[in-house]
Ligand binder design. Structure first.
Ligand code: FPP
Length: 293
């Protein structure tokens, strides 16, 4: 019986190979897979799946703070035969979309890693200039975005901001000033940011306060470090998402993610979909949080 099945399988394989050789199947298959009907079916199925997932996640406890390592702009560009700059541009556009999805879920804190201290030292000057252009444009767009104002989102940037060009610092100032009075949601962009550098800066402040007699040795504890971090007023992330397949933290919020749930996806940042976000949140909801206990 097993042998009969195998020879039947071999026969089917043989016919398939023969048909493929003469392009009898390839042409109609390509036509069907590229047809408007197939695409509309696929996108409709996707929309239904996302809606169902959305309904599921809002019935469970959502994370209060999501932080994202937006990785893979260049690989997205490369795999789609686009220029590197287009990959970064699509990354900026994706950020605006993701902000909207997160705000619609009423998740109060969103923090994104947009430029590391390592990026400043390692990327070629031409790429850095085009990234600086994007931060400038992107922050100004966010500062004028109707949705950001209607949701009363406070926008802030953290990192060694003095390492950024003046035009980017100016755009940060505009975005921060225009949203200064809001507190319903907090959107934090990490620029010229490094987790180790942030800890070093906090420790320097602790040392200086100790030297001036404002802080005794006995009073130095993790709360004293936490309160001197760049974004001391926001809670630690509940969920960290990294796109594009790399499974490491790359100097992002090292102190703050001690108990965060980590979620890695192979999708390049510009292709990150609402469904991908919901899947990350669902995965977070499945895990039992232990806080090191
Ligand atoms: C990492 O991908 C991404 C960056 C270094 C830049 C991310 C910037 C944006 C998404 C724009 C943000 C805009 C505002 C307004 C904050 P990569 O270049 O390392 O890509 P790769 O991993 O494929 O090499």
């Amino acid at each position: 019986m097993g042998r009969q099945k195998r020879s039947f399988g071999n026969m089917i394989d043989g016919i398939a190979k023969w048909l493929l050789k003469f392009r009898i199947v390839v042409i109609p298959a390509r036509y069907i897979s590229n047809s408007r009907f197939t695409w509309s079916l696929v996108s409709r199925t996707d929309r239904i799946r996302t809606r169902r997932l959305g309904n599921r996640i809002i019935n469970e406890e959502l994370p209060n703070h999501i932080s994202i390592i937006m990785d893979g702009n260049r690989r997205f560009a490369w795999s789609n035969k686009l220029k590197r700059e287009i990959g970064h541009f699509r990354g900026k556009e994706k950020l605006k979309e993701v902000m909207e999805w997160v705000l619609n879920l009423e998740i109060k804190y969103l923090t994104v890693y947009a430029l590391s201290t390592e990026n400043i030292n390692e990327r070629d000057p031409e790429e850095l200039e085009s990234l600086y252009d994007l931060y400038e444009i992107g922050l100004k767009e966010i500062a004028d975005d109707h949705f950001i104002h209607s949701k009363r989102v406070k926008v802030q940037a953290v990192g060694r901001l003095d390492e950024l060009p003046e035009r980017v610092r100016n755009a940060i100032k505009i975005a921060e000033e225009k949203t200064l009075d809001y507190s319903d949601f907090i959107f934090t962009v990490c620029l010229a940011y490094g987790g180790r550098e942030e800890i070093v800066d906090a420790v320097k402040e602790v040392a200086s306060d100790h030297a001036e007699g404002k802080l005794s040795l006995l009073d130095i504890n993790s709360d004293e470090i936490s309160s001197r971090l760049y974004s001391a007023e926001i809670p630690d992330p509940d969920l960290v998402i990294r796109t594009s397949g790399e499974e490491r933290i790359s100097n992002f919020l090292l102190w703050q993610i001690a108990y965060s749930e980590l979620y890695f996806t192979d999708v390049h940042w510009p292709s990150f979909s609402r469904n991908n976000l919901y899947e990350a949140i669902e995965s977070y909801q499945y895990r039992r949080r232990k806080y090191g206990k």
